[in-house]
Write a protein that binds this ligand. Structure first.
Ligand code: ATP
Ligand code: ZN
Length: 303
C-alpha cells in the first residue's frame, strides 16, 4: 500500500542500517506500532501505517543528517552524537539538535585501556602517551580536562589491535562487556564517557502535521519504555496483612482490591509496579501472608 500522506507531511527518521543499534531501533518502531516492511535492501522505506519514512545509514552519518536538516529525527549513540557535535564546534559550525528521549538500549562506555602489563596508578600515568581512537574529540576533551598531554591517533576501526602493532601505547574505545579488551590483553583504566542510544531531532521547525506525528511518536516511545520495566502483579492477601503487603510493592500506587469468592478473610490485589519485581520481593510478600502471586509483563502503557 503506498503512503497516503504527502512527503512534506511525513517525518524522516535516520537509523543505523546494520550494526549494534539497528535491531533495537527497528524494534522500538515495531513496539510503537509503526510498520516498516522488509528493511535493509532499500535506503529509504515508507511506513505503511504511520506518517514516517525511515532512512537507513551508517551511524556516524546520523548526527550530520539531523543537524543539516536532511532528516527530522535520528536514533544514535550519544558517543557518536557528542563526537560529531564537538567536531562541528571546532570547525565553527553550529550543532543544533535536541535530545528528545533517552532510549533503553545501546548502552556502552568509552574507556581508556592500557596493555595489561602496564602499571596504572591514576590519570597522571597517561601523560604523553600515544592513544589510538575512533573518538579523537572526546579523547582530547578528557585529556584537556585532566590537564594532560596526549598524542592522539585516529583509527576508524580495529582500534584494539593498535598497541600490539606498535601503533599506540593505549587506546580509547567503546566497551560493553570488556571481552574484546581481554582478548587483546588490554584493561580499561578510565571511563571517559557513558553512552546510550537517544532519539534526536534537528532544530528546524516542523509543520503542524509533522509536529502532531512527532507528539504521537514520543508518547508511544514513553509508553513502550515505561512498560519495559513495569509489571502487573496479582496476589491473594489476608485483609489483616494488606497494609504491610502494599508497602512491599515496588513503585505501585492505589492497587485494585477485589473480593475472593468463598473467602471473606482475603482479597485479590492487582497492582502495576513501575519498577522491577525481584524474587526477593515475592518472597517478602509471601512471608507477609500473600499467596498465589503472579507477576505479568506489560506490553504497552499510557498514563
Ligand atoms: P556503522 O557501519 O553504522 O558505522 P559501526 O561499526 O560504527 O557501524 P556498531 O559497532 O554497530 O557501529 O556500533 C554502533 C553503536 O552502538 C556505537 O556507536 C554505540 O553507540 C553502540 N554500542 C552499544 N554497545 C556497544 C559495544 N559493545 N561496542 C560498540 N558499540 C556499542
Ligand atoms: Zn559507525
Amino acid at each position: 500500500m503506498p503512503p497516503t500522506t504527502p512527503p512534506q507531511d511525513r517525518l524522516r527518521l535516520a537509523i543505523q542500517k546494520s550494526g549494534r543499534l539497528s535491531t533495537d531501533s527497528l524494534g522500538l518502531l515495531a513496539r510503537c506500532g509503526i510498520k516498516v516492511k522488509a528493511p535493509k535492501e532499500k535506503l529509504l522505506l515508507h511506513s505503511e501505517n504511520f506518517p514516517i519514512d525511515i532512512l537507513f545509514v551508517r551511524d556516524d552519518d546520523i548526527p550530520q543528517l539531523v543537524m543539516d536538516g536532511v532528516c527530522d529525527l535520528g536514533i544514535v549513540g550519544t558517543n557518536v552524537l557528542e563526537e560529531s557535535a564537538l567536531e562541528r564546534r571546532s570547525a565553527g559550525n553550529g550543532h543544533a539538535y535536541t535530545v528528545e528521549r533517552e532510549l533503553d538500549f545501546g548502552g556502552c562506555r568509552l574507556a581508556l585501556a592500557l596493555p595489561e602489563e602496564r602499571a596504572y596508578n591514576g590519570p597522571q600515568d597517561l601523560q604523553g602517551l600515544r592513544i589510538a581512537t575512533t573518538y579523537p574529540q572526546l579523547t582530547r576533551r578528557y585529556f584537556a580536562a585532566q590537564g594532560l598531554q596526549a598524542d592522539i591517533v585516529y583509527l576508524s576501526g580495529s582500534v584494539e589491535v593498535a598497541p600490539r602493532l606498535g601503533l599506540a601505547d593505549a587506546i580509547c574505545d567503546l566497551v560493553a562487556t570488556g571481552s574484546t579488551l581481554e582478548a587483546n590483553r588490554l584493561r580499561a583504566v578510565e571511563t571517559i564517557f557513558k553512552s546510550t542510544a537517544v532519539l534526536i531531532r534537528g532544530d528546524r521547525p516542523l509543520n503542524p502535521v509533522k509536529t502532531h506525528a512527532l507528539e504521537i511518536l514520543l508518547r508511544r516511545t514513553d509508553g513502550v519504555q515505561l512498560a519495559a520495566e513495569a509489571k502487573y502483579i496479582m496476589l491473594h492477601a489476608p485483609k489483616a496483612a494488606l497494609a504491610e503487603i502494599k508497602k512491599l510493592l515496588p513503585g505501585s500506587e492505589n492497587p485494585t482490591l477485589l473480593p475472593l469468592a468463598g473467602d471473606d478473610s482475603k482479597v485479590a490485589l492487582h497492582a502495576v509496579c513501575q519498577e522491577a519485581v525481584f524474587w526477593e520481593t515475592m518472597e517478602s510478600l509471601k512471608k507477609a501472608g500473600a499467596s498465589s502471586i503472579l507477576v505479568l509483563p506489560i506490553e504497552k502503557m499510557m498514563l
